[in-house]
Structure formats: C-alpha cells, structure tokens
Ligand binder design. Structure first.
Ligand code: ADP
Ligand code: MG
Length: 243
C-alpha cells in the first residue's frame, strides 16, 4: 500500500477513466475525471442522462474499478483492490442509496436494515443488531413500520428504509444515485432534509446524483459531468460587480 505525507481529502480521483467493452467495441464513458471531496462535504453531481453519473458513483462506491487512474479513499489507493477487498472496504465506510430503493422483497423493513450487519466486522449479537436497526428505523421516522414488508411500504417509506440500511454500519460516506428520482416533491424534500441533517449534524460526507437543479440546491457544491469529463465552474460563480 502506498503512503503519502501531505494532508489529503477523504476522496481523491486522479485522471480516472472507465471504458466499457461491448464485444469488440470499446465505449469510453469516463475520460479523465479528477475530483477531490473533503470529509464533511455535501456535493451534488449533475449531468444529462447517459453522461456517466452512475458509472462514476459505482467507482466511488467501490462497486466497480476504473480502467485507469487513481482512486485515493481515506489515504489509500483503492483502484486496484480485488473485488473482495473492495466489498470489505465498502461495507466499512460507504453507504449506498439508489433511485429504485433496492429493498429485498418479502423481507421486513427491520430485516432489510439488519442485512448489511451480516458482513460487519463488529461481531454484534442478534439482539444488538436488532436494536441498532430499530434505532435507525426510528430515526428515519419508521418506528411503526418495522415489520412491514417492501410491498407494504410507499416509495418514500422504502427509500427511508434504504437510507437506514445504508447507515447501519456507520459509514463515513453516503452515496446516493438519484435517490429522489422516483418520489413526489414533498417526499423528496423529506429525504433531502434527512441527508442534510446527516451531513450537518453527523458529519457524513454525501455525494448526491441528480438532474434536478432544485435537488442540487441542497448541496454545498455542484459538480457537472459532460461527455465523460467534469466541467469547469466548480467554484461558485462570482458575478462581475460583486467583488
Ligand atoms: P447516467 O447515470 O449519467 O445516466 P451511466 O453511467 O449509467 O449514465 O451510463 C453512461 C454510459 O455508459 C451510457 O452511454 C451507458 O449506455 C453506458 N453504460 C453504462 N453501463 C454500461 C455497461 N455495463 N456496459 C456498457 N455500457 C454501459
Ligand atoms: Mg444513472
């Protein structure tokens, strides 16, 4: 493992490329992404459909690895870890929330939230696992839904379960890929409020994919991806005459 002395951000991508291969055809999707995210940031990632947002999130979440480039996560270069090593790392410091909730069917809210604890290194007893999951379900406002199955929950409730599940291993980073894409505006707002709290109160670093400017407004910083590259303009715009 490489080590460096200078202070570093929680997330550092250096010239990340990801090319998919469809038979003989190489499809370059990410073409040199360089990005730093400091611990405690709430960042929105925007871009049109097909621009590579999910591809980038999957790399950030160690669900996939880049074709080339470096990914420094919490001071460690992780782009060339094996799938197993990536899974362990992910389980330890990353929570993931998806647009389609991805709860297990015919499984209760409680069981869904407890599921990632199966792979945890904490060695909790069943009772401790249960208490932690119930505590989180309470926190996301679902104390009275713990025994409901996925099919018995509304979209907003399912996403709350998914958020509780993403938090159950106390991640430092929460990655959310269009988490409000399937929710009405009021429910979206409630989910975004939860994210903001998790960020400001608990200091969880959040990266949120959206194509909705209103959703991006909840973030401290917006980055935009286009044609496989991040666009300039990461800094807030200063209008002439303001300074
Ligand atoms: P976004 O999330 O911004 O809509 P994606 O990252 O899902 O975009 O996809 C970016 C591009 O990569 C799209 O053109 C998509 O068709 C292509 N793509 C995504 N996943 C794969 C894959 N597994 N194999 C081949 N092409 C893919
Ligand atoms: Mg996507």
């Amino acid at each position: 493992m490489e080590n460096r002395n200078e202070p570093m951000d929680l997330i550092e991508l250096k010239d990340i490329c990801r090319t998919y291969h469809l038979g003989e055809v190489a499809v370059p999707v990410l073409k040199g992404i360089t990005l730093n995210v400091a611990g405690g940031e709430l960042v929105a990632l925007m871009g049109t459909s097909g621009s590579g947002k999910s591809t980038l999130m999957n790399l950030l979440g160690c669900l996939d690895h880049p074709t080339s480039g470096e990914y420094w996560l919490d001071g460690r270069e992780v782009s060339r870890l094996t799938a197993n090593e990536r899974a362990r790392l992910r389980n330890r410091i990353i929570g993931f929330v998806f647009q389609s909730f991805n709860l297990l069917p015919r499984t209760t809210a409680l069981e869904n939230v407890m599921m990632p604890l199966t792979y945890s290194r904490e060695n909790l007893s069943e009772q401790q696992k249960k208490l932690r999951a119930i505590d989180l379900l309470r926190k996301v406002g679902l104390a009275d839904r713990i025994d409901h199955q996925q099919s018995q929950l509304s979209g907003g409730e399912q996403q709350r379960v998914a958020v509780a599940r993403a938090l159950v291993n106390h991640p430092r980073i929460l990655l959310a890929d269009e988490p409000t894409g399937n929710l009405d505006s009021r429910t979206s707002e409630e989910i975004l409020q939860m994210f903001q709290q998790l960020n400001s109160v608990e200091g969880i670093t959040i990266i949120l994919v959206t194509h909705d400017q209103g959703v991006a407004g909840w973030a401290q910083r917006t980055i935009r991806i286009k044609d496989g590259l991040l666009e300039d303009g990461i800094e807030p715009l200063i209008v002439a005459g303001d300074v």
